[in-house]
Structure formats: structure tokens, C-alpha cells
Design a protein around this ligand. Sequence first.
Ligand SMILES: Cc1ncc(COP(=O)(O)O)c(C=O)c1O
Length: 392
Amino acid sequence: MRDIVTFDSEPAEGTINFSIGQPSADLLPIELVRRASETFFNKAQSIELNYGVVEGDGRFLDSLAGFLTEGYGSDARTENLFVTGGNSQGLDMVSTVFAKSGDTVFVEEPSFFLAFQIFRDHGLKIVGIPMDEDGPCIDALNRELKSHKPAFFYTIPSYQNPSGRCTTEPRRREIVDLASKHDFLVVADEVYQLLSYYDSPPIAYGTMTDKGNVISLGSFSKILAPGLRVGWIQTSVALKKRLLASGFANSGGCISHFSSHIVRQTINDGSLKLHIESLRRAYRDRLEAMDGALKKHFSDIAEWTPPKGGYFFWLRFNQSVDTTPLRNMAPELATGFQDGAVFSSKDQLHNYLRVSFAHYRDDDIYEGISRIRSVFDRFGNEKHDRQLLAQR
Ligand SMILES: Cc1ncc(COP(=O)(O)O)c(C=O)c1O
């Protein structure tokens, strides 16, 4: 695993960089947020600018519970909800409250590289659990449980970053049962749960909190706007109490009080729901454009399963391919992607790469994927050549 991998934000002028896992400007609903803010300010009292209740403003939690009941298709209750500043902050807080330095956490192999960095900030040891088409492998989990007692298992169950896969419902239930048996927590990062473009994904972990060992992290970053920094934790009352007792929450009040008022308006006036529907249409078009471009330019050298939601395609190459040096060469051809190795907790997956279709429209997607193919054609033998040179 590399030391620190930062995430790419705005690409250089003229560059089409598919390592960016963020919405493009045209999908950020500035008018919707402006209207919601105006409605809020027209009625707001000065008290709304105070710290706010630690778990979240009751009016926001009620709206959020309604939103999740509809979105997850199962009754969500206010008492199980806690406001966060998004899933990154939520994950950091979970690492503070439910683990201590030196503890082990299990992650999927592959998994989200920025989560690795959060765990490392807390001095946590990371153990990767391989995945198959149905999600994390239970055999591998059982094997690792013989030599480790994890504080928690971090999973991205729907439209996983980077693989795009969904863990099946039976596999999710098996994982919760294993967590009960071996006394660890399941920390589910459900940031893509509501970004489905065809069928609904399997049931959210947020609906499985009754056994008291599931923490579901949700976020408005991918369905509204990352800059608002609003998310939530859905968990049992007992685990929520532990979050409420944290020094950070006690000192700072609600973690995202002001922005949560704006999000509340968008839920209550129905604009968020309409926005998510339009995002689904836009992302589905982009996904299909990327699949078409990949079929044209990569079908002879890579394999992939088109995702049905989320942001990402995950391409697998022949074992001899190393995408890390290629990633470093990509800016020369004004393009970019994430190499597979950053998603590995064991410095593996060098023959994979991740591309996001969220940040670009169709034309750029076609052009950018053709540029990546040129990167492979032009620099693809470099590793091989370097090995030959070293042997001379
Ligand atoms: C799996 C995963 N978790 C968390 C995040 C970040 O979430 P947030 O913006 O809510 O902090 C991302 C964004 O790329 C992600 O892909």
C-alpha cells in the first residue's frame, strides 16, 4: 500500500481525468440549494445559528427518517440517526469511538484508498478480505477471524468503490451473523446505496441495525452536493449513545448543524427526490457511454462487468500489466485514471484500474477512454523494457 494517495480534484485544462470521483459542475444543483437556503432564511430565527443538538436537529432527523424510510424501503427511526459531516468524517469518528490504536480492522480487497488513510491516522492495522461476485468471501473472513479480532469490518456494500459490485443480501446477512458470533462491528459505507440506475440494490445495512452490531454511514455528497458536508450514521440506540458521548461531539454540538437545515428543506419540498431521479438518468447515460467507449478501445486487453449504479468501472488486465507506471504517464496524454494498487491493502491488484464516469459528458468520455488506450499502446511495454534493460 502506498503511503499517502490524495484524491484528484479539478483536472488541468484540456485534461480528461477519470480518476476524479466527483460530480461535474452541471450536476451540482446550485439553484435547488439557493431556493432551499432562501426558504430557510425567510423563516430562520437566530437560534438556528447556535451549535445545535449533538445528534442533529430534531426537525432534520424527522425529515431524514422519512427520506430513508422511502429510499431504503424500510421504517427508519429518528432515535437511530446521528448527523455527520459526511462519510469521511463519520468513518473518522467511528474509528475514534469504536477502535483504539493498534486494533485491527478488516476491509474488502479492493477497497476505498482514502478509508485506508483514515484507519492509518488512527493507528489501525488493516487486513484485506478478498471478494467474489457476491461480495466479501465468507471463507476468507472465517480464516482471518482465526488469527485476528477486528474492531470492525469496513464494507462498501452497494456499487463498491472501486469494483462497482453489490454484495448480495444473503452475503450481507451472513456477515452480520458472523459479526454477532465473533463480536465485531460491521461498518457499512452506503454512500452509493441510492445511486442505482437500473434495479434497486440489495437491502441497505441501515435497515439491519436491530442486532446492535451494524453502523451504516450515509451521505448527501453523492446525491446532493459534497460541499454541504452533511451525512448521517444509522445505528442501534446503544451504539449511538457511544457516539453522543464522544468529546468531539460534546464540544462541538451538531457536526453539520447549519447545512442540515438546507438539506432539510430539499427533502421537505421534494426537490431532492426529483434531483436524485435526474442524477440517475444522467449517470446512467454516462455509464453506458463509458461502457461503449471501453468496448471499442479495451475489449481486446481488459475485462470488466458494467456496474449498475455508483460511479466506477473496474478493469482487469493480464497479470503482466502494471497500471501504476501507466497512471503516472497518463498526464502526458492529457488523461488520467486510478491504478489498481491504491485500492489494495496488500500492494496487490497492480493489473487493475478504476475509471469514474461521474465527472464527464459522453463526448469527453469517448475521447478520454481513447486517450487511455493510447497510454497503454505507447507506454504499456515500459515495465517489460525496463526489466530487459536492467538485465543487460
Ligand atoms: C466509498 C466512499 N466513501 C466515502 C466517500 C466520501 O464521502 P463523503 O463525501 O460523504 O465524506 C466516497 C467518495 O468518493 C466514497 O467513494
